[in-house]
Structures are given as structure tokens and as C-alpha cells.
Write a protein that binds this ligand. Structure first.
Ligand code: KG4
Ligand code: ZN
Length: 335
């Protein structure tokens, strides 16, 4: 079944045509340059850009896949979680398409989509597996029991890992979104140069807390600025990256051991991080676990991952209708 899928939860408008796990076309219009002017996503601008881009991208995705509406079996859309105004653009466009074409409608959870990016890169990967979902707004350790059944085994108590990357990068004067720039700067730095905290959550060894680390790093920078002292940006970037990646790797390995998973995957924008991929791969090899991560271009927001998850939601009989509404927050467990 061919699916036309739409993603508009944050600052990328994306449309794809997929068939099972196969991607026939995938187009993304990024708004990053415009939001970079403000140092972060401006929700109102995001919604307006989605509204402008979505019809043209849909036509392009169909043309690149060489198909028309008559060749499709469903329309899918990211309905939650995300920026509500941004999500509503995709949801309403998808409802309009479904109404006009008679195609069934499938609502997809954004983080389930990120997990499904792994199915595109790794055609043989099947649940059950453990997935570390690390994006700009979420950090979860998720047990993927089947394509549509999930358990949350650990989560952040405050900031997401991506937020910690972005906010510390911003304090260093790096452009938005900071994570990718911090990652690049860190490649040149010494990760042992700064002794940074690795916060733990008392009594909850699989949970994360990044806000203390973020505040500590921002204070290091402010102190240097106040005293007129220079700090080494590559060294500080490398030290921050090491702290975040150590915490992510350590807790993922602990969860895999505790719950007996033999396969471990990464998902979400932060899974493009070079050190995280290297560390997780090494840790999995040492523990004799199979390791998976999406190809770097599939780690960020795209509609192909939404289409692939929609295929599994449809196979499980999960369809939406014209009463579908977007939601800013919703657990991956609820779907
Ligand atoms: O999944 P995503 O594209 O959007 C959300 O669903 O939030 O994730 C975006 C996050 C941002 O915080 C961005 O800085 C981070 O992923 N990111 C990275 C890297 N590439 C993107 N963080 C660290 N290293 C990277 N290479
Ligand atoms: Zn995302």
C-alpha cells in the first residue's frame, strides 16, 4: 500500500510517498535559516511557512514518486506531539486530502515516526528492541515491543538532551540549531578539558536530568565573560558532548541489561550526533548487542519515517477520521 505522509510538527514541512518500508519520494522544506535569525523556532512563523509550503511539496512528492492519488492507499500525518499551530497545518491539509480523495486517514505520533526511521535504514530490523529516542523536545528510553506497542522505561525529568545541546551551544555563541554546530566544534576539542557534572536522578537510575548540566555550562561561560577571560570553545563543546553522551550511553546500556533486550536503536535528531553513534556502537559491541541507528539524513524530521510508521498503524487497524485534532503533548504509549 502506497502512503502519502505529511510532517509539520516543528520547523520542517515534509511530504513523502512510501510503500511499506520503501521510500518512493521524500521532500523537506526547512525553515531553519529563518528561525536562526531569532535564535530558536518562532511558532507563528513556523505555522505560516507550513501553510505556504505544504501544497507545493505534496505535488512534488507525488511527481517524484511518479504517482497520483489513484495509486495511493492512505494519507498519513503527524498529529502529535509538537507545536500546536504547526501540527494543525499538516492535520487539516491531510483531512482535506482524505475528504477530497476518499483515502483513509492515519494519525502518527511524531516519536513513533522517529523510531520508524530505523526500519528504512535497516530493512531486517523488527521489534522487540530498546530505542533511545533523543530529539529537541524529548529524551526517552522506550521498549518497542511491537510496531505499535511501546513502554517508557526511562525519561528526562527536565530538559531534553537536544535542548541541553542547543542551549549550551547558544551560550557559546553558536548558531541555531546548536546541536549540530556543537557536535562539529567538539570534534576538534579535548573532552577532558572541563570537569562537568553528570547528573543522576535519585532512585530512578534510568531517568535523565540535563538542566543542572546546562546551567553549569552556561555559568562557566558567564564567569569567563565577566572576568574577561577566554575559554576554549572546542574544549568546552567536547566536554559537554562527552557528558551528555556518557549519560545517554550508560543508561541505555543499563536498560538493555535490566530488561533483557538484545537489540538497541537510536532515534530522533540527536541520534545524528557523531560521538553518540560511536559510543553506542562500541558499548553495544562490548555487551554483544546488535546496534541500529537511522542514516544521518533520516535522523531529523522528515515525512518518510511518518509514512513507514503509518504503514504499521494501518496494518494494526489504527485509522483516524474527520474528527482528528492535533495535540501538543501525547505519550508515545498512547500512539
Ligand atoms: O528530532 P528533531 O529533528 O526535532 C524534534 O523532534 O525535536 O531534533 C532536533 C534536535 C535539536 O535539538 C538539534 O540540535 C539536535 O536534534 N541535533 C543534534 C545534532 N543534529 C541535530 N544534536 C547533537 N548533535 C547533532 N549532530
Ligand atoms: Zn523530530
Amino acid at each position: 500500500m502506497r502512503i502519502l505522509s505529511i510532517e509539520s510538527s516543528c520547523d520542517e514541512t515534509a511530504v513523502a510517498i512510501t510503500e511499506g518500508r520503501r521510500v518512493l519520494s521524500s521532500v523537506v522544506a526547512s525553515q531553519i535559516e529563518e528561525h536562526a535569525l531569532y535564535g530558536g523556532v518562532v511558532p507563528e512563523i513556523a505555522s505560516r511557512r507550513h501553510a505556504e509550503a505544504i501544497a507545493g511539496l505534496t505535488a512534488r512528492a507525488l511527481a517524484e514518486a511518479g504517482c497520483g492519488y489513484a495509486d495511493l492507499g492512505a494519507v498519513a500525518v503527524t498529529a502529535w506531539p509538537g507545536l500546536i499551530g504547526a501540527l494543525l497545518v499538516g492535520v487539516n491539509f491531510a483531512k482535506g486530502l482524505s475528504l477530497a480523495t476518499g483515502l483513509p486517514l492515519v494519525a502518527v505520533h511524531h516519536l513513533r515516526g522517529h523510531v520508524a526511521a530505523n526500519y528504512i535504514t535497516h530493512p531486517a530490523l523488527e521489534p522487540p528492541f530498546l530505542c533511545l529516542v533523543v530529539s529537541g523536545g524529548h529524551t526517552h528510553l522506550v521498549g518497542v515491543d511491537s510496531y505499535t506497542d511501546y513502554r517508557i522505561l526511562g525519561a528526562t525529568r527536565d530538559d531534553a538532551a537536544g535542548e541541553c545541546f542547543d542551549k549550551t551551544a547558544r551560550a557559546m555563541g553558536l548558531p541555531y540549531p546548536g546541536g549540530v554546530h556543537l557536535d562539529a566544534a567538539a570534534e576538534e576539542g579535548n573532552p577532558a578539558a572541563y570537569a562537568l557534572p553528570r547528573p543522576q536522578v535519585e532512585g530512578r537510575p534510568l531517568d535523565f536530568s540535563f538542566s543542572g548540566l546546562k546551567t553549569y555550562v552556561v555559568n562557566v561561560i558567564h564567569r569567563c565573560e565577566q572576568k574577561g577571560e577566554a575559554y576554549s570553545l572546542p574544549d568546552l563543546a567536547a566536554s559537554v558532548r562527552r557528558s551528555i553522551c556518557d549519560l545517554l550511553t550508560e543508561k541505555t546500556m543499563a536498560a538493555a541489561a535490566q530488561y533483557g533486550f538484545s537489540r538497541v536503536a537510536l532515534a530522533g535528531g540527536v541520534s545524528a550526533n557523531r560521538l553518540l553513534r560511536r559510543q553506542m556502537e562500541q558499548a553495544c559491541r562490548a555487551a554483544n548487542l546488535a546496534f541500529f541507528a537511522p542514516d544521518p539524513p533520516l535522523c531529523g524530521d522528515n515525512a518518510a519515517m511518518v509514512g513507514v510508521q503509518a504503514y504499521y498503524e494501518a496494518a494494526a487497524g489504527h485509522f483516524a477520521d474527520q474528527t482528528l485534532n492535533a495535540a501538543a503533548t501525547r505519550s508515545i504509549v498512547e500512539g
